[in-house]
Design a protein around this ligand. Structure first.
Ligand code: C2O
Ligand code: CU
Ligand code: CU
Length: 496
């Protein structure tokens, strides 16, 4: 039934994967690995230096045993693969010294941070091999789970895939203690960085942003949590906080526990919600985060799964794509074994924090963003085809001009055939509605990334922030990294 499928299905194994720009789907269907211990990333809290908190971050190459018996060539930040969890506090003055020891240009972006455009780490702040880039800013973000990652012009997808990314946490332990929230890193508070990767038979990553992978975004068939497949978390406490973080290039997750137990969602991208939402299912598109509280007082082992049927793999791509159902199936992401965990005082939290009241703010500007895929040979075989309002990203073009310290409403429209997670730099916004309906329960807090499903219009209310600069732009883009690299990105400056 599919054009591409018909031409290529007779090919076998990796050859087909390669021709399709695919991931060797037929060789590595739902691989099962022996269970390993949950990998807790190192915590990096910096060193005080002249009133600032100084971090030294080195982008480096390495080899990592991600799968049993083989090593994979990876890149990472201060380590072989991925980066440490960077923990900071509101009010700190940060000094990030980023040294690029790779033999390719890189950029390191602080996703979700509100900061001057010159410090943003986007495509306009490239770091050449051997060079150090210094970013300094004051943390004005609320306590939240953020994401730092490569943002190199047209190479974000490949660099994140190989490992240039990590979790960043703005924390306020006193406030968490008052609210009764678990907050001890590695004890009852855990990063859960979700990624999928594809490996060839020698254990090396497969990455291709050509053809089908460019269109559907790069997916893999091996699910990793904090960079490890099939791991088991044995928490010391029986009430835990998981900072779920979709760091995948393109995969959407539809998360449930294997026993369908409910959990409390306490925070989204930009920080705590007003009231915890008790749910048993939660969806996260690329770059979205959610913090959940999980009650393990039954001391029963349980797994976190992602369900098939959600995201771009299952859409059939208007008949253009071969049947990918084998790639789109239920997976166990990781396991939790609380049999030896200590009992904690049960506590049902009813209220968290009041969110800012923006119901009467003056709207300085309303804009529409059309997320488009221009189907045709250019999209399939050439470059381009991914646009916002008819324009593909160009480094020298400023698409929008915003005014600092104001509010805007953006209508995010998706007339294309796929779902797109839309992200805006330098802001934490409020989702007003989806096709006129209330946002999802887990979207009630502030956000920096929002899913815009096919045929949907999502309205958001965004503060433009206190920083302005006539020259240096910020980005807005689809966070399917292959779409971003292919041009579904625009630039804005914030002026006085
Ligand atoms: Cu997560 Cu423009 O980035
Ligand atoms: Cu960002
Ligand atoms: Cu997209």
């Amino acid at each position: 039934k599919s054009l591409i499928g018909l031409t290529l299905l007779p090919q076998a194994g990796n050859a087909m994967g390669t021709l399709l720009g695919g991931v060797g789907q037929d060789d590595f269907i739902h691989p099962v690995f022996p269970k390993v211990d949950f990998y807790l990333p190192d915590l990096e809290q910096g060193q005080p230096l002249n009133g600032k908190q100084r971090f030294t971050l080195t982008l480096q190459q390495g080899k990592t045993k991600i799968l049993p018996d083989v090593t994979t060539q990876t890149i990472g930040i201060n380590q072989d693969f991925l980066g440490p969890v960077i923990r900071i506090k509101k009010g700190q003055k940060l000094r990030m010294e980023v040294t690029n020891q790779l033999n390719e240009v890189a950029a390191l972006h602080w996703h979700g941070m509100i900061l001057p455009a010159t410090e943003d780490g986007g495509p306009h702040q490239p770091i050449s091999p051997g060079k150090t880039w210094i970013a300094e800013w004051d943390v004005i973000n609320e306590p939240s789970t953020l994401f730092y990652h490569s943002h190199t012009h047209q190479h974000t997808g490949s660099q994140v895939w190989r490992g240039l990314g990590g979790q960043m946490q703005v924390v306020d332990e006193e406030r968490d203690a008052e609210l009764g929230l678990p907050h001890e890193y590695g004890m009852d508070d855990f990063p859960v960085i979700l990624m999928d990767r594809a490996f060839d038979e020698t254990g090396e990553f497969i990455y291709s942003n050509e053809r089908m992978n460019k269109m559907q975004g790069m997916h893999g068939d091996t699910m990793l949590v904090n960079g490890r497949a099939n791991s088991v978390l044995r928490p010391q406490k029986d009430r835990i906080r998981l900072r779920l973080h979709n760091a995948s290039n393109a995969r959407f997750y539809d998360l449930v526990f294997s026993d369908k137990r409910s959990f409390q969602v306490i925070a989204g991208d930009g920080g705590l919600l007003e009231t915890p939402q008790t749910l048993n299912r939660l969806r996260l598109s690329p770059a979205e985060r959610a913090e959940i509280l999980v009650d393990l007082s039954d001391h029963q082992p349980v797994s976190l799964k992602t369900l098939a049927g959600y995201g771009n793999l299952s859409m059939g791509m208007g008949g253009m794509m071969r049947d990918t159902s084998k790639l789109d199936q239920d997976y166990d992401l990781f396991h939790i074994d609380p049999r030896k965990s200590e009992a904690t005082k049960p506590s049902m939290i009813e209220r968290l924090i009041p969110l800012p009241d923006w119901s009467n703010v003056e709207i300085a500007q309303t804009r529409t963003m059309n997320l488009e895929m221009q189907m045709g040979p250019r999209m399939m075989f050439g470059s381009g085809g991914f646009t916002i309002n008819g324009q593909a990203m160009q480094m020298e073009v400023i698409n929008e001009r915003l005014t600092a310290n104001s509010f805007e409403i953006w209508h995010l429209k998706n007339p294309s055939m796929m779902h797109h997670p839309f992200h805006i730099h330098n802001t934490q916004f409020k989702v007003l509605d989806r096709n006129g309906q209330a946002p999802y329960p887990w979207e009630q807090g502030l956000k920096d990334t929002v899913t815009v499903h096919r045929d949907e219009t999502v309205r958001i209310l965004l503060p433009t922030g206190p920083y302005y600069n006539n020259q240096e732009p910020y980005m807005y883009h689809c966070h399917i990294l292959e779409h971003e690299d292919a041009g579904m990105m625009g630039q804005f400056i914030v002026t006085t």
